[in-house]
Design a binder for this molecule. Structure first.
Ligand code: NDP
Ligand code: 8X3
Length: 252
């Protein structure tokens, strides 16, 4: 694959699985996350050639840092073909009237504003070159709200609207837009949601077979490798053991 792919949140879970899939295909990868040492570890484990990877320590919530990171890319890295807007998180599962302001701000600033900042700085080049692909990681949570999901679900509903808006805005160009919206995937997601309470996180997936990060990366890779005239707008995928955000088949 002769493409430059920028993956945000590449240090863990779905993002890290995307690194594997796109590296195997020979893509040149720009990997962004706050934990640069995790990125280095992933690159080392996958034996990715240094010439095929460019690491950026980046907090997508920091608008100036996003602008600086994208505008200071070396010239041979600046023509990004595929942007995978994957960085995101949930914090807490509180009722709204008991919600934590910091949790809300972290989710909104990362999942909505961070995605917008990165897109705003990468997309002009795609439009100018009349080619490119924005792949946003939404969620089943953007389609169905669950108890305590209030703000997280709101951020993923926003991602759904942003993806739809992008598709409308980009008509007349060859730039593609896809939203990949998974159900339950076992990653660090629940550990982050419960602020490091790993026992609570493990319970989320107990007694059922969740999706794996590879399952999602496989779908993302499929969407990215269709013929240029094909745009996959939206993919919703969930485990066989999940019927909705509130109905799962758990055998305990
Ligand atoms: P992980 O917690 O395993 O990975 C999240 C990634 O996002 C990490 O690499 C983390 O890197 C990065 N990240 C978080 N905040 C920031 C930030 N401010 N700046 C830059 N990077 C950041 O979870 P998942 O792999 O599950 O999550 C990936 C995406 O998938 C998210 O958008 C999530 O909402 C979505 N999703 C997850 C589902 C699930 O069930 N797991 C289902 C549906 C959607 P670092 O901490 O190093 O910055
Ligand atoms: C992650 C899936 O249902 O746990 O977006 O919110 S869910």
């Amino acid at each position: 694959m002769d493409k430059i792919v920028l993956i945000t949140g590449a240090s863990s879970g779905i993002g890290a699985a995307c690194v594997k899939y796109f590296a195997q295909a020979g893509a040149r990868l720009i990997l962004a996350a706050r934990r640069i040492e995790k990125l280095q570890q992933i690159v080392e484990n996958l034996h990715i050639q240094p010439t095929n990877v460019h690491l950026i320590q980046l907090d997508v919530r920091d608008r100036m840092a996003v602008e600086s990171a994208i505008s200071h890319l070396p010239p041979n890295w600046s023509n990004i073909d595929i942007l995978i807007n994957n960085a995101g998180l949930s914090r807490g599962l509180d009722k709204l009237h008991e919600g934590d302001f910091q949790d809300w701000e972290e989710m909104i600033d990362t999942n909505i504003k961070g995605l917008l900042y990165v897109t705003r700085h990468v997309l002009p080049g795609m439009v100018q070159r009349n080619q490119g692909h924005i792949i946003n990681i939404g969620s089943i949570a953007g389609h169905q709200t669950y108890p305590g999901g209030n703000v997280y679900c709101g951020t993923k509903a926003a991602v759904k609207s942003i993806s739809e808006g992008l598709k409308l805005d980009l008509i007349g160009t060859q730039v593609r837009v896809t939203s990949v919206d998974p159900g339950m995937v076992e990653t660090e997601f629940s550990n982050v949601r419960f602020h490091g309470d790993n026992q609570k996180a493990d319970k989320v997936y107990q007694g059922l077979t969740p999706l794996t990060p590879d399952d999602i990366a496989d779908v993302i890779f499929f969407c990215a490798t269709r013929p240029p005239h094909v745009n996959i707008n939206e993919v919703i995928l969930m485990p066989v053991d999940q019927a909705s955000t509130t109905l799962v088949n758990r055998q305990l």
